[in-house]
Design a binder for this molecule. Sequence first.
Ligand code: ADP
Length: 276
Amino acid sequence: MPLITLEHIGFKYEEKWVLRNISFEVNKGEFIGIIGPNGSGKTTLLKVIDGVLIPQEGDVQINGISCNKLKREHLAKMIAVVPQESMMIFPFTVQEIVLMGRAPHLGKWRFEGETDFRIACQAMEMTDTLSLRNRSMNALSGGERQRVLIARALAQQPQIMLLDEPTAFLDIKHEIDFFDMIQLLNKNQDLTVMAVTHDINLASLYCDRIILLREGNIHCMGSPDEVINESHIKEVYETNVAVDKNPATGKPRVTPLSSHPSEGGSRLKSGAAPQL
Ligand code: ADP
């Protein structure tokens, strides 16, 4: 049985449908990428899977059980969300933040016990944040902070991890470190991962399957080889690209092309530069 099933999902915030007729299945242990232009519904789709947004049409099932029959606490134990790295102020230590991941598991007195501390420590070890445990979250770099947010998600001991552009503000090293770590958890712990990313090449590198969204519809879904080709990317992003095989990885690789290559990429005619 698939771990996640979406059947004919339709969602609108107000009048306009933001997701239309979305159906797919995700098996336990898969690493799924969600790509598509800005505003195509990627974040909304994650929120529908997380149960934060209730679709007006269709059904989301986890392990074959409709989400609207599952208690919120049950979903919180199963699904962890790692949001975009934000500039939010966190007036907490790293350990306090990671322990927050235990919240769905706490008994009625809401106090953390020995087991919760042990699990939080393991999560910090796995994400290489244990040495930061007593530091204030505010005093960390973007990359460190993002690792702490993953540690919090891991402390939740979820079956499913939903990532919303988790590396949007990270440099290339931290971006790769982050995806390597998620891949390790995916392979070693059988964690099911669904990640929204604006970076098609990263999705190509790490994901088993990719969902390409266009205006709230699934344009196509499949392996990186099936989804990432010039016609799909041009149709959906309405821009000129070349797609070849990355010689180092064998995965499809997208190179954006300027529409005015002979002019060094500038959209301005030579000599027509604006006077500043
Ligand atoms: P993406 O993640 O692909 O950029 P989103 O899921 O954030 O897309 O947004 C899809 C569409 O829904 C956009 O047109 C966006 O303006 C709209 N939208 C997102 N959040 C809200 C909201 N809270 N209220 C109304 N419209 C929203």
